[in-house]
Design a protein around this ligand. Sequence first.
Ligand code: CTP
Ligand code: MG
Length: 181
Amino acid sequence: MDAVGIVVTAIWAMVPAYIPNNVAVVAGGGRPIDGGRTVAGRRVLGDGKTWRGAFTGFVAGVVVALGFDRIEAALDTVVGVDVPGFPVAVVIGLPAGAMLGDILASGVKRRVGEARGARVPVLDQLDFVVGALCLTWVTAPMWAGMVFTAWVVVAVLVVTPLLHVGTNAVAYAVGLKDVPW
Ligand code: CTP
Ligand code: MG
């Protein structure tokens, strides 16, 4: 696969993992997943991780993955890159992994004493990607092995922080986020 094919495949395969975080920002809020519980005086996850955010984010990712599956063949023809379709284990694995990675990262941030919304470069940009890659490797190992080649993973790790920083800046500018990261 050439460089264009690698980058297109990386973005294509990761959009169902990007969507959940952004939808959680817009649709999240309400009851925190940790129910307000603390460990050693610090919140387990914090008020930034809510059931509504996780659920709506997950559902949005599933819907987008299913939508992508329907336009896959057309994209192959139009863009000339043979992007992969999404079997159901991937439709679920990518968004669920993204939300889990984001939640786990908040747990890590709280344990090391970072307040909700505190900026932790790299972790903030890659938590959901690593979560999505790892869970998909569990739910659909054959698919993951075929699609997430070493070069595609490299492209994902390079392109994601750029897209994430960009979308968060926009979300902050229009008042959806309190901080621009
Ligand atoms: N959000 C949510 N539920 C989730 C994830 C996100 O409700 N499972 C919403 C919250 O309103 C959160 C916002 O999306 O404040 C931004 O998400 P994120 O940047 O991941 O959370 P932070 O507030 O920065 O908190 P943390 O320091 O834990 O990352
Ligand atoms: Mg954050």
